[in-house]
Design a protein. Structure first.
Length: 179
């Protein structure tokens, strides 16, 4: 997993999910309380047979935790990570000056961290990026291989990243601490 420790940023960016919603919301709420961002983009459309978007479900939980609605910027149509970034960036541009956004703290699945950053690098270049990886699997990160769903998600990234890179959906990032 890339090491880009969460840092104070111009924008928080929570990638939508239907798994581990409480864990994602608790992480975002904690970052907001620590002053890591003033505005939070929550991006995610409808999945499966659920009538409400991931962004709507997540934002409702964030407000229950005490995040004011005025902090939230919702993007409710994205169906994949590329759309999260492209549609999310367009949504942010509707309410903020994109030129004033130099840094972003990403809140997303621990197993997808690299792909989130690579997607941002490709579709929203020039941002200083930091990450709050969320592990909702109930096992420590170093034991990912012992949990069936965690293992499957980590291994699926090994298939996705090279394929998406070759299709131009991603751009490589420098990994801190890489040799």
């Amino acid at each position: 997993m890339p090491v880009f420790p969460a840092a104070p940023s111009d924008l928080g960016f929570l990638f939508g999910t239907c798994h581990g919603v409480d864990e994602f919301c608790e992480a975002a709420h904690a970052l907001w309380q620590r002053g890591m961002f003033k505005r939070l983009l929550v991006s995610g459309g409808c999945t499966g047979n659920v009538a409400r978007s991931e962004a709507e479900i997540i934002s409702e939980r964030l407000m229950e935790l005490g995040v004011p609605e005025s902090v939230l910027i919702l993007e409710t149509a994205a169906a994949n990570t590329g759309e999260n970034v492209q549609l999310g960036r367009a949504r942010v541009a509707e309410v903020m000056d994109l030129g004033a956004i130099c840094s972003v703290v990403v809140i997303g699945k621990v197993c997808s961290t690299r792909r989130y950053l690579m997607t941002l690098q490709r579709h929203w270049p020039g941002l200083h990026m930091s990450v709050c990886p969320v592990n909702y699997f109930g096992v420590p990160l170093e034991r990912w291989h012992e949990h069936e769903e965690f293992r499957a998600r980590v291994l699926s990234e090994f298939d996705k990243i090279p394929r998406y890179l070759s299709q131009g959906f991603l751009e490589e990032i420098a990994i801190i601490g890489a040799a």
